[in-house]
Design a protein around this ligand. Structure first.
Ligand code: ZN
Length: 133
């Protein structure tokens, strides 16, 4: 498995509209636009930072994973995403090593990426996303 870089840091917010001001006006990052990923009941917004990005995540439904995360932990860092060269190879390798996965096969993420989550129980509580674009 080859990890290329930290692709993005996912941050759960109640509202992208209200939350993006800090990242754009105060930190001076560009706002790349937002996108709804219906299957995950989430609206995402990306802010490039060098070769990585900040991703804000807003729930589109009260029962979505981001709504549940905020209910339990409040707004804040929700996941860290590593870009991998080949996501199928990476998942097969992790499975072989006995790592607990949330997604055994990749699903579609924002921006046409293939993504998969590892189980936080396997990573000291950090929700790790693998992505390939
Ligand atoms: Zn992500």
């Amino acid at each position: 498995m080859k990890i290329l870089k930290i692709d993005h840091i996912g941050i759960a917010v109640n509202s992208i509209e209200n939350g993006k001001n800090f990242w754009t006006d105060i930190l001076g990052l560009d706002f790349e636009g937002d996108e709804v990923v219906e299957a995950q009941k989430v609206k995402t917004a990306f802010f490039p930072v060098g070769k990585s990005e900040v991703e804000l995540l807003e729930s589109t439904a009260p029962d979505g994973p981001i709504a549940k995360f905020i209910e339990k932990k409040g707004e804040g860092i929700q996941h860290i995403a590593f870009r991998v060269e080949n996501i199928e190879t990476a998942l097969a390798e992790l499975k072989k090593k006995g790592v607990r996965l949330i997604d055994e096969t990749p699903r579609n993420g924002a921006g046409g990426a293939k993504i998969a989550f590892l189980h936080p129980k396997a990573t000291s509580g950090v929700l790790v996303e693998l992505c390939e674009r």
